[in-house]
Structure formats: C-alpha cells, structure tokens
Design a binder for this molecule. Sequence first.
Ligand code: NAD
Length: 480
Amino acid sequence: MSDVKILESVQQFIARHHGHFIHGECVATETSERIELVNPATEHVIASIATADQQDVEKAVQSAHNAFSNAWANTSPYERGLKLNKLADLVEQHAEELAQLETLTTGKLINLSRHLEVAQSIIFLRYFAGWATKINGQTMQPSIPSMHGEKYSAYTVRQPVGVVAGIVPWNFSLMIGIWKIGSALTTGCTIVLKPSEFTTLSLLRLAELAIEAGIPAGVINVVTGKGETGQYLIDSALVKKVSFTGSVPTGIAIGQQAMKNDLTRVSLELGGKNAAAILADVNIDEILPNLLQATFVHQGQVCAAPERFFIHQSKYDEFVQKASAVVQQLKIGSPLDEMTMFGPLSNRPHFEKVKHYLDLAQRNNQVITGGNALQTTGYFVEPTLLKVQGIDDPLFLEETFGPVVDVIAFETDEELITMMNHSRFGLTASVWTNDLAKAMRLIPQIEAGSIWVNMHTFLDPAVPFGGVKASGVGREFSDA
Ligand code: NAD
C-alpha cells in the first residue's frame, strides 16, 4: 500500500507563482497578501495563491464584460457547444492531473477525485454543451383581444444576462466550478470564478485548458482570495448574476448584498441537514453498503449527503449494531493511497468545527461509534454515529458537514415526518423501503429539494438540483 506517484505536470503546476487568471493569462500580483494552500493529509504547505483586491476584481469583470459584448454573446450556439465539448475532451485528457490537484488540496480519496469529481465533471460539461443549440423562446396565443379585436401573437426570447460571478466552495471545487462554467457559457454568458481559498488550483488549471479549447480570452476569468474578494465581485456593477454555492450564513449575506446592488440576480446552493428514513420492511444487510457509502463519501463533506438516519423502532438495534461494524472497518489513511477508504477533512477550520461537534457528543455521552480526532498529522477524524438528545439538540439541528451522523428511532409515519422536517434546512432526503406505495405517500410530505428512494446523493445534469427552506434559492442543471 503506497501513495500514487505525483505527476511531473502536477509538481510543476503547484510550484508556479500563482496569480489570477484574467483575459487568458496568469496575472501575477507581487504586492497582495498571499494565502498558503495546505495538504490536509500532511499539513504541509504546498503552494500559495494571491488575494484579489477590488482593482484585480474590476479588471477581471471588465475583461469578462468585454468578452461578453465583443465575442461570446455573438458566437453561434453551435460554436459554443463545440468549445464546451472541446473543453470536456481536454479535461478528459488531463484527468489524472486534475484529480491529483484535487486530492492534494482537499484530501479527497484519489479514486473519488478520478471517478466522481473529474469523470462526472466531464459528463456535466458535455450535457451543458448540448444545451447551447436548444435554448429557444416560445410563441404564445393571447386570449385578451387587442383594441379592435385583431388576433395577435406574442413571443419570448431567451437572452444571456452578461457577466456571471461564480463563487465556489472547497468540497468539490472543480466540479462545482464546472457546473457554473457550463451553465453560464452555454447560454452565452461569461464568468468570473472565485474558487475557495482552500482549494484553488484545479480551477486555475481549468481556466488554462479553456484557452487551449479555443474559448476566447476573458470568457472565463478566475480571481483568487477569501470572502472579501467574493464581496468585491458581487458589488461590481458589471456583474449581472451571482451563482453561489456554500454555507447558509454566507449565502444569506450574499443574497442581501446582491439585492442591495439593484437586485442583482442570485442563485444560492446552500447547506443541509439531510435525512434518510429507513422503514420497517427493509433488509438492513441489503441497504447498508449503499446508504453508508452515500453518507461517508468524501468524509461526509458533501452538501447532499445524509447526516440524520431515522430508523423504524423494530430495526433500530439491528441497524446500530451492523452499521457500527461497517463504519469501524473503514480504513483511514492517505487519500493518495488507492486502498484507503476514508481520508482527512479538507482544512483546519473545518477540522476544528467537526471536532467541536465530536467533543460535544463525547461530553454528553452520545457517541455510538467513532467520535475522536486521530492523534496524528493531518485533519483526520473517525467516521461517527451518534445518539441525539431530542430534536432540539444542536447535533440534530446544525450541519456538521462532516462524517458525523445522528441515529434516531421512530415509531409512526407521522412522527417520522415531523422529525425529518424539524430543520431549517431542506436540501435532500431519502426513503429506504420496498413499499413503493408508502414511499410515494411520504415523499410529498418531506420538505427537501431532492428526495431519493433506496439511494441518496446521486446528482445528474438532467435532473434539477437545489434546496427549499434555508438550503437555497434557484435550481441548477436541466433547463432550470
Ligand atoms: P462558505 O460559505 O464558507 O464559502 C463558500 C465560498 O464563498 C468560498 O469561495 C468563500 O471564499 C466565499 N465567501 C465567503 N464569504 C463570502 C462573502 N461574504 N461574500 C462572497 N463570498 C464569500 O462555504 P464552504 O465552507 O466553502 O463550503 C461548505 C458549505 O457549502 C456547506 O455548508 C455545504 O453544505 C455547502 N455546499 C452546498 C452545495 C449545494 O449544492 N447546495 C454544494 C457544496 C457545498
């Protein structure tokens, strides 16, 4: 068992002096504060990135605006689709390089970076490419007569809004960046991306590949930095839409800021405290592998993953015993080792946040299995199952965004629905049962944007995705 060899191209890219990516080139910034990027498995600093100030951001937005007006908005839909497809081809050709960059900065298992982050990003890009030639308005037949009773018709035209600000979190930086690029570019918009300050490298590399794909300079710009850089972007008068993915508090602040700026359009993909309901009829052995994989993938740092398991009383003891046994067998280790099943959390602040919840559970004697941070280098914690102290327990209510899952018994369907919906969030949920009629009765009662049956955390570009309640505003993918 050993780590995969880091490609020379990855080593060379990491070693560069990184700036922002504006109008087709890396714009070095010598003077600004730099942010260190840390490998979460080793705690070694592997690179540093620049912090974009207001001037840098304005330069990027102006370049994206010029590219919108002078080039991209006038490109034929066919050509836009071709270029997005070409970018998908290049991502495929550079798949291992991009996967390694993701693993080095996020601690994501290398196989997950390869088969989920990069491979699915390619599928999403090609899906968005296909939309370019299929975006049409409608013709309507009004009923209300004109002044003299003539018949008339009306039509709509779908037009690109202009420059989009795409603000991206750290958990799936490449993939979420690609969601934003794909939907902006296929509709004729240009984009300025602001990746997370923890995981910036893969999107800087992607922007270079976009130039190689023939996407004109300025259509995709990348400014790097923390939240302040994102605020400058939202405040820019030339930004016509903000597409944000991240936490609820940041999303609310961004929504308010965008509204103040002459109602800049905004879509918000935010956090969740997602529920999985395991009904009385299931065979626990059959559902456990898929349920636990969906739960602990990327150490639970997946917005759509479940953090609350509701188990029918009749199956509770069996579930706890069998789930604990599986969780304890997850091999924790280096994310670059293909045999590892469970890696580190992605960054120190997040590690501290998850530790806070684990300490709380330890203090109150709530741990079923796991519950510890490892006494080793790297941001490693054990995958954890917990009991909760009622539905007002912070561990029941607050998103940990980590491998920390509540296990709760229920007796009646009414009790199940009440507890599932007792949350400010409403991103995803799942129902595990062989009783399809019952599942169909429960689904409309569950407050969540996506609800799966006998699966969880499957996103597909053809299916709209987004939250209800505090989990967000707007939808991504499909024609949403
Ligand atoms: P975050 O809200 O801390 O940061 C997200 C991005 O916003 C980062 O690029 C950050 O630099 C930037 N930012 C921070 N403050 C800002 C401000 N005031 N103005 C503009 N930009 C600002 O989130 P995170 O910790 O990076 O990501 C984890 C969160 O994201 C979790 O809550 C998770 O559930 C959520 N998430 C949601 C989805 C979804 O599709 N619904 C997907 C992935 C992650």
